[in-house]
Design a protein around this ligand. Structure first.
Ligand code: PMP
Length: 283
């Protein structure tokens, strides 16, 4: 296995970051996660665009251009011989004596690694998963893909201990998003409901592509907030993320959704997404 650290491709045991790294001390950094299928990065341009935005919002200079990032990502995937899985990349403000103020003249720390895993054909995708709701305890700038993930670590662990695979976070009675995914429901009338973009949620790249595919397929879209009660009563529910694509949700807080099996609209969207990931339109 080979990982990337500050310009070098190394075995993981040689890729060491000093304890004074601001990512380690302050979670002062941002990240991206990109799905890989058939050895190709899925929606990589959109991920790099979101990375640019996250870096700008926390005032770290982007260490690479989009084409440099792409070349490095592709080289890492190639060196690991990964055909299906996940590529993680992270940029922190760098290494400096511990002090809250931005250090001057410090280069950001750039790390990347891959995780081989099945995405296209998994038990979760076939049978659906259970989610439980938890309070959304995060900060106000959830639109920034910050490496500070303590609220999500606790939320997802709580979900696991309750026998579920994902946590849906709730604020003022409305679902914001999953611990590491975007949240969707399908109404009994067959329209898709998804929360509009704002500082309250991460602008999911898979969400964005899924909305485009739904529109092209003529599915009615409602971009609005939905409550937990509305989700309990939905015909279908699903989540999206770069590492899992589209995953059906068959129970929420122990209540069966629909007939407790993945619904037809969710299945169709999963198929459309998979097809797009495998055969990206040539720009
Ligand atoms: N929301 C949160 C909080 C996430 O962590 C993720 C996954 N990174 C998503 C949504 C899904 O975003 P994407 O489709 O870009 O993976």
């Amino acid at each position: 296995r080979i990982v990337f650290l500050n310009g070098s491709f190394l075995p993981p045991e040689e890729a060491k970051v000093p304890i004074m790294d601001r990512g380690f001390l302050f979670s002062d950094g941002v990240y991206e996660g990109v799905g890989v299928i058939d050895g190709r990065l899925v929606d990589n341009e959109a991920h790099l665009e979101r990375l640019e935005r996250s870096l700008r919002e926390i005032r770290i200079d982007n260490p690479y251009s989009r084409s440099e990032w792409t070349r490095l990502e592709q080289e890492l995937v190639r060196r690991n011989g990964m055909t299906e899985g996940f590529l993680y990349l992270q940029v922190t403000r760098g290494v400096a004596e511990r002090d809250f103020f931005f250090p001057q003249g410090v280069a950001p720390t750039v790390t990347m690694f891959t995780q081989a895993k099945a995405i296209a054909d998994t038990p979760a995708a076939r049978d659906g998963i259970a989610v439980v709701t938890v309070p959304d305890r995060r900060w106000e700038r959830r639109d920034i893909k910050s490496i500070s993930l303590l609220a999500q670590v606790l939320a997802k662990q709580e979900a696991r201990e309750k026998g579920a695979q994902e946590a849906w976070m709730v604020e003022d009675g409305y679902v914001t998003e999953g611990g590491s995914s975007s949240a969707f429901i399908v109404t009994k009338a067959g329209s898709i409901v998804v929360r509009p973009l704002s500082n309250a949620i991460l602008p999911g790249i898979t969400r964005q592509s899924l909305l485009r595919l739904s529109r092209e397929d003529g599915i009615v879209l409602e971009e609005r907030r939905f409550t937990v009660e509305e989700a309990y009563d939905a015909a279908e529910a699903f989540l999206t993320s770069a590492s899992n694509f589209v995953v059906p949700i068959v129970s929420i807080d122990g209540r069966r959704i629909g007939d407790g099996k993945p619904g037809p609209i969710t299945k169709r969207l999963r198929e459309l997404y998979l097809q797009m990931a495998r055969e990206p339109a040539v720009a």
